[in-house]
Design a protein around this ligand. Structure first.
Ligand SMILES: C[S@@+](CC[C@H](N)C(=O)[O-])C[C@H]1O[C@@H](n2cnc3c(N)ncnc32)[C@H](O)[C@@H]1O
Length: 353
């Protein structure tokens, strides 16, 4: 363990007291229970460091059927299924695919299409199952936060995919703050592809079960959203390349149609890369901006998986300002602070020169 890596019990206690409350009381209870359970911590410590991640262990138990319960029952479940929990933890990783993040990317995507006067070609790096590659197929409900910029409190802007029957697509709700440049219509996407170390296949029931297990127990609305997004992606499964984003990106860019506005984007991915790999990616994106007029949207939090080198993912803004949210950068410039699952979008006031 490096000096920056927290002891496992501290990791679970932090997850149970900071990350989970407000999102899942069940996970808060279970994580604090594990933090206090010396024998279980000893077992978890036998796994490699990255496999001790609270969300991975809890999702593995859910995948195997653990129901919302007091810690004592959960502990009994773990004892009865420990070999299977261990197998799932060691063979899977946290690959939450949150279509809701499209809501926080949409204004930027629409702005790029409008500025370029061309439809979009999308590449998502760290795409998981590729559900964020369909921003043009989902509905949106943007609701202004009360008293914001003269808007009537709670005023909503809704957008729907052209010609789609209501009920056949998820409607992504998002609370806005500041002068969010909401589009009048959805941008057109003519090509979409993703890269992931281990792409999940929305046609594979086991992968779908894992995606469902990664959603926190009480968040039924997110499970419903996942079901609807998967139905859309199944009608036109996205091209997903298996491999490291730094190795595969340029070859995929070469396949994008040259007459579309190319956007490379990512959410909740950079925390899985060390500082060297992030630097290499930034260099590739700078080259693509210069030589391919490629746009780059980065939607990332400070840290998800604590890096062995202790570096921060978004040095542009401190964690106290983000408060667990993500920073959205367009071509390296901060444009918004976003809810980690796409639930909120705070547009940043850029200083006037
Ligand atoms: C937390 S998930 C986020 C998925 C998706 N971006 C979303 O917002 O729903 C992070 C994904 O990044 C992938 N990933 C991590 N490191 C990667 C790398 N070096 N190259 C490609 N994919 C990577 C993981 O396999 C995982 O599917």
């Amino acid at each position: 363990m490096s000096p920056e890596q927290p002891a496992t019990a501290d990791w679970y206690r932090h997850f149970g007291t900071f990350d989970a409350p407000g999102n899942s009381e069940c996970y808060a209870r279970w994580a604090v229970g594990i933090a206090d359970d010396t024998e279980l911590i000893r077992r978890i410590d036998r796994w490699p460091y990255s496999k001790r991640q609270p969300l991975l262990v809890l999702a593995a138990a859910r995948y195997l059927g653990a129901q919302i319960s007091p810690y004592r029952e959960f502990r009994q479940f773990l004892d009865e299924h420990w070999d299977d929990v261990s197998r799932v933890v060691l063979s899977r990783s946290t690959q939450t695919n949150e279509a809701g993040r499209c809501a926080t990317l949409l204004p930027s995507l629409a702005g790029i299409a409008a500025a370029e006067g061309r439809p979009l070609a999308l590449i998502e790096v760290g795409a998981s199952a590729g559900l964020a590659l369909f921003p043009d197929r989902y509905g949106y409900e943007f609701r202004a936060s009360a008293g914001d910029f003269g808007e009537s409190p709670g005023a909503a802007t809704t957008l729907s995919p052209a010609g789609a029957e209501p009920g056949t697509f998820p409607v992504l709700g998002c609370t806005t703050t500041g002068p969010v440049p909401l589009p009048a219509e959805l941008p057109r996407v003519v090509w979409r592809a993703g890269i992931d170390l281990h792409p999940l296949d929305i046609r594979d029931p086991d992968d779908v079960a894992w995606l469902q297990a990664l959603i926190w127990p009480e968040q039924e609305f997110r499970r419903e959203r996942l079901r609807q997004a998967i139905a859309i992606a199944r009608a036109e499964p996205p091209v997903l390349v298996a491999g490291d984003l730094n190795e595969e990106l340029l070859a995929l860019v070469a396949q994008a149609p040259p007459d579309a506005a190319l956007v490379v984007f990512h959410s909740a991915v950079m925390a899985y890369l060390d500082a060297g790999a992030r630097e290499r990616f930034r260099g590739t994106m700078a080259g693509l901006a210069a030589h391919r007029r490629c746009h780059w949207l980065s939607n990332e939090g400070h840290t998800v998986v604590i890096q062995a080198d202790g570096s921060s993912v978004v040095p542009e803004m401190d964690d106290a300002r983000l408060q667990g949210r993500f920073l959205l950068l367009h071509n390296g410039d901060p444009v918004a602070i976003t809810g980690p699952h796409g639930q909120s979008l705070e547009w940043l006031q850029l200083p006037t020169s």
